[in-house]
Design a protein. Structure first.
Length: 457
């Protein structure tokens, strides 16, 4: 049972409360016992302790082996309601850590329910075999979940692969253990294995190894006790020290195996299993508290922030108004009022304003180097056109009225005014070119909190 090690790790990380759920079957029930014992020893209050009805073979896993790769079985209305009530209670109590023992399919549906409610506990530990076989979508559903070393065949004490000797992992290998050889020999010699698995050369599953070790321990106890007297049996049961295919065995006074190093894994955001504890063997820092589902998403699509929408809508309305004005001015360009107002300069003012407003849209699309630079160029050119045309138009009107005041006739060629606008515009374009060449603007995404992508900007 790895849960005592998990609870100890979470105590180090500072949890102050715990919730427990488990299915009313053997290994989930034993998991709950391990959680309660560890919580009592470490003085961590349990806010919620729920026993679920038995679901194996009743909707969650109609065929335990055939449905393991996907676990997409539809839930009955009764089971769906029980799961919904469980999730609601877990969210209501919102303990610092949630730990539970159940089967893979229920775990998967639990994670889906958490995701649908945009909830994820600060720490979640499951005693279910969430592997690529039992949960194909680990990278999307299981990041930051804690689990036992059984999730990774390189680390599990029942592994027979040579990879278990990988020096990256500080874990006692049992590959060369004599009991492993005896067990594998007996397993592969069995007629059932020869009939079903000889062609695939499949190795035995860990339950088979565990069952073998239990029988081995009982046989060793019987040999030492030399009788079936209960007292003698118990005395020798708690005194045995064995090296087995399942790792070393030495029981403490409550029946926990204190000789075996229990590794705790945590799934990272890429779906990779990292060793989280014991800390001396950790391959990555534990993530606590875990982020909510929506905190894991960095949406860099245009206008993804709802705060931007009122401003973008307002700018859009102004852009439409400007376009309408430009069309009206062009349609009425022959009218005396429009001619007196300098039609071309009025159009340039509207066009410059239009470019400036469009540049503001780039603030909501600020996700690439091109858009960063385009926003700057559009705003500077638009502002130059707007203000330049406005100033020269007003200067022309001021000259006309000043000449009329002295009863003088004056004529100002529009081409001269265009040159004035182009002079200012050319100066700013040269400055922009020098700026871009010497100090280019490059878009960067900052992640103040790598596991909470929503904080990126």
């Amino acid at each position: 049972n790895y849960f005592p090690q998990y609870v100890s790790l979470m105590k180090i990380r500072g949890i102050e409360s715990l919730s427990v759920f488990y299915e009313a079957e053997s290994f989930p029930t034993y998991s709950a016992v391990g959680i309660r014992d560890a919580a009592a020893q470490l003085d961590i209050p349990i806010l919620m302790d729920v026993q679920l009805s038995v679901h194996r073979g009743n909707g969650y896993l109609e065929s335990p082996l055939a449905n393991l790769p996907t676990n997409n079985n539809p839930l009955s209305a009764e089971l769906r309601q029980e799961l919904s009530d469980l999730v609601d209670d877990l969210i209501f109590h919102d303990a610092d850590a949630i730990a539970g023992g159940t089967y893979a399919s229920l775990c998967r549906n639990l994670l889906i329910s958490f995701k649908e409610r945009n909830y994820f506990p600060k720490s979640l530990a499951l005693n279910s075999c969430l592997t690529e076989t039992t949960l194909a979508d680990i990278p999307t559903l299981a990041p930051y979940v804690y689990g036992p070393s059984a999730w990774d065949p390189r680390l599990s004490g029942y592994s027979y692969s040579e990879n278990v000797n990988n020096p990256v992992y500080d874990f006692p290998s049992t590959t060369q253990n004599s009991t492993a050889e005896l067990f594998l020999g007996a397993f592969t010699a069995h007629p059932d294995w020869q009939a079903e698995f000889a062609s695939t050369r499949a190795l035995p599953i860990y339950q088979a190894g565990g069952g073998y070790v239990c029988g081995y321990a009982i046989a060793e106890t019987a040999r030492l006790a030399e009788s079936f007297d209960p007292e003698s049996w118990l005395t020798n049961w708690y005194s045995i020290t064995l090296e087995t295919v399942y790792g070393p065995i030495k029981l403490d006074n409550v029946g926990h195996n204190e000789a075996k190093l229990y590794l705790i894994l945590q799934v990272n955001d890429k779906g990779v299993f990292n060793i989280a504890a014991p800390l001396s063997s950790a391959t990555a820092e534990t993530i606590y508290p875990a982020p909510y589902w929506d905190e894991r998403i960095f949406d860099d699509s245009p206008f993804s922030n709802p705060v931007q929408w009122p401003f973008m809508i307002g700018i859009g309305i102004l852009v439409v108004i400007l376009i309408v004005f430009m069309i009206i001015l062009f349609t009425w360009r022959k009218r005396p009022q429009i001619l007196a107002a300098s039609f071309l300069f009025c159009e340039i003012i509207c066009f410059g304003s239009l470019l400036s407003y469009i540049s503001l849209f780039m603030w909501g699309m600020y996700t690439s180097t091109v858009l960063c630079n385009l926003q700057l160029w559009l705003f500077v050119i638009g502002f130059d056109l707007f203000l330049g045309a406005l100033l020269v138009k007003n200067w022309k009107i001021q000259k006309i009225f000043k000449a009329a005041k002295h009863l003088k006739k004056t004529s100002i060629d529009d081409s001269m005014l265009f040159y004035a606008i182009l002079t200012v515009l050319s100066f700013d374009v040269v400055v922009l070119v020098i700026w871009q060449a010497g100090f280019p603007i490059v878009a960067q995404v900052y992640q103040p909190d790598p596991i909470r992508a929503s904080t990126s900007y």
